[in-house]
Design a binder for this molecule. Structure first.
Ligand code: BG6
Ligand code: MG
Length: 220
């Protein structure tokens, strides 16, 4: 059976979740809206448009369509400023070890991200060529928790959903993987990601034995 290992990008491969947070906070502040770290968990994995909708909702604010579009590009411009300075030092601990181990075991690897900036970020941190396929915010019509992004990844790697393993740092992403009937691995806080099949603080906790076990198991 063909396996597919699908990685989210922001907060899993690179430490960009903090940049999204900073850019959204600055934008919210400019509108007189404040939101907490806990609320920010709800923005992780979620598309740019839906993130802004949530923030406006928290602030009980309605704005024109034009203003909405303007704010979206303002947020992205600030985010692009942060990522333009990125280099390989922003790859999260042990991500290359796991990717290289999977490659050495001839496993297939996909990116499954909501971000429209995914390809540019992978180039910046020199990980682009590690992926057999990249599915990102430019390829999907439905945002996580909808499983579309992971189902496309599975199809492109010719693996059935039960044979897919998803690494995610967001609640929406774990829900998407579970809905797709894939094995979900949470990377981050176990209280936040409790719906995942397995949870690790980061990749340094993931052993080669665990990967070998995943290669052999199918989602029940
Ligand atoms: C996800 C992030 O990966 O991508 C979200 O977790 C972000 O925070 C989403 O909103 C869309 O990203 P971008 O780069 O297209 O604005
Ligand atoms: Mg993420």
């Amino acid at each position: 059976m063909k396996k597919a290992f699908i990685f989210d990008l922001d907060g899993v491969i690179v430490d960009t979740a903090k940049y999204h947070f900073m850019a959204w906070q600055n934008l919210a502040n400019s509108l007189g809206i404040s939101f907490s770290k806990e609320q920010n968990e709800q923005l992780k994995g979620v598309s740019r448009v839906q993130s802004l909708e949530k923030i406006l909702d928290w602030g009980n604010k309605t704005i024109s369509e034009e203003e909405f579009t303007r704010l979206l590009s303002e947020k992205n411009e600030e985010y692009l400023k942060y990522i333009s300075k990125m280099d390989t030092t922003e790859i999260l601990p042990d991500v290359p070890r796991i990717l290289d181990y999977l490659i050495s075991k001839r496993q297939r690897i996909a990116l499954g991200s909501a971000s429209k900036n995914a390809r540019a970020i992978l180039e910046k941190v020199e990980l682009y060529t590690k992926f057999h396929t990249i599915v990102d915010g430019t390829n999907v019509s439905k945002a996580k928790p909808d499983p579309e992004v992971f189902l496309i990844g599975a199809k492109e790697l010719e693996a059935s959903p039960e044979n897919c393993i998803v690494f995610e740092d967001s609640v929406a992403g774990i829900q998407a993987a579970n809905t797709a009937n894939m094995i979900s691995i949470g990377i981050g806080d176990k209280e936040v990601l409790h719906e995942a099949d397995y949870i690790f603080k980061n990749f340094t906790e993931i052993t080669e034995e665990f990967i070998n076990q995943l290669v052999k198991t199918e989602k029940a």
